[in-house]
Design a binder for this molecule. Structure first.
Ligand code: SF4
Length: 325
């Protein structure tokens, strides 16, 4: 069976040679389909609506590799990763193939936690995935507003995604379901804040991404969000994850933009790291080394903390003294 594996993960496995500014701490695997995913998401190079190179996911190349090759490389490097993440595509029989991939990789590295990132699935499959060894679930909601969901052609309705999040939290437990949200698909800042609050209230967590235009996709000419505004959304996500309510720290200004009053939190710098399952750092998924939206490591963030502070200040965000040491 073939799968796609993110280039950086292949390099950690010793299956590719690559100079990396930061190595991935997760083994990222995607189901293979020659024509990509049957969904029509307008921003995704895997979608059937896109003419983009099918070896891309966001900016990162994911070459096709034999699953057995990945499994045996993983067996000899059991401690190379903090997590394994298996992402689905919509295609006939993808559910059975997913179970087989989970089982194969779990047998190669039994102590490495596994996440599955997916679209809505029936509850019995969620339970089966949990029994097979999946520890956390990622949900590809992506859009942060019901206004935008049809415009970008997501394959399920807003209500279906939310029902799936509720059910996934029941099966996997609170804070073990990580909803993927992309900032910059056409939602307003106040919309993404209220969606984040609602998802945390449901017991989910959020993995935040910045929209990245990919040539060949229907949204190739749509602009990525300004980095300064992304800093505001990162801080808001972090504060919500720490139990602050949006109404306590944010005010809605003109055209739905947000002004945040930062509480004196010493570890607020963590807001600028990649968010998601523990051990998921997705290096350079959204960014070029010169414009980093999500920092994949404390080391890189530390090196760039003054840049981040200036970006935040440009958005009117006065950060407290950051206890980054
Ligand atoms: S947050 Fe990271 S590890 Fe978790 S499901 Fe999403 S991409 Fe996978």
């Amino acid at each position: 069976m073939k799968v796609r594996v993110a280039l950086g993960s292949l390099a950690v496995l010793g299956l590719e040679r690559l100079e990396m500014l930061e190595a991935p701490s997760t083994l990222y695997v995607l189901q293979y389909s020659e024509r990509g995913c049957n969904a029509l998401c307008a921003f995704c190079p895997q979608s059937a609506a896109s003419r983009a190179d099918k070896s891309l996911v966001s900016r990162v190349p994911w070459p096709a590799v034999d699953l057995d090759t990945v499994a045996s490389a993983l067996r000899s490097r059991k401690r190379a990763f903090e997590r394994i993440c298996i992402q689905t595509v919509l295609k006939p029989e993808f559910e059975n193939e997913l179970l087989a991939i989970v089982e194969t990789l779990r047998n190669s590295a039994p102590s490495t936690p596994i996440s599955v990132a997916t679209t809505p699935l029936p509850r019995r499959l969620l339970e089966e995935l949990k029994e097979t060894g999946v520890e956390r679930l990622g949900v590809g909601l992506d859009v942060a507003s019901p206004r935008v969901i049809e415009r970008v052609h997501k394959p399920f309705t807003w209500e279906e995604y939310l029902e799936f999040v509720r059910e996934a939290v029941e099966v996997f437990g609170r804070r073990r379901v990580h909803v993927h949200l992309i900032f910059g698909l056409g939602e307003s800042e106040s919309e993404i804040l209220s969606t984040m609050q609602m998802l945390y209230d449901l017991g989910a967590e959020i993995a935040l991404f910045a929209f990245t235009p990919i040539p060949g996709t229907p949204m190739a000419h749509h602009k990525p969000p300004p980095i300064e505004r992304y800093r505001v959304i990162q801080v808001a996500r972090y504060l919500i994850s720490k139990g602050y309510r949006v109404s306590d720290f944010a005010e809605v200004g003109e055209r739905g933009t947000i002004a945040i009053k930062c509480p004196q939190l010493k570890d607020l710098w963590r807001a600028f790291l990649t968010s998601g399952c523990p051990g998921c750092n997705r290096p350079f998924y959204n960014e070029r080394p010169r414009l980093i939206y999500n920092y994949p490591s404390i080391r890189l963030l530390k090196r760039n903390i003054n840049v981040v502070r200036r970006q935040a200040e440009k958005a009117g965000l006065m950060l407290p003294e950051l206890g980054l040491c």
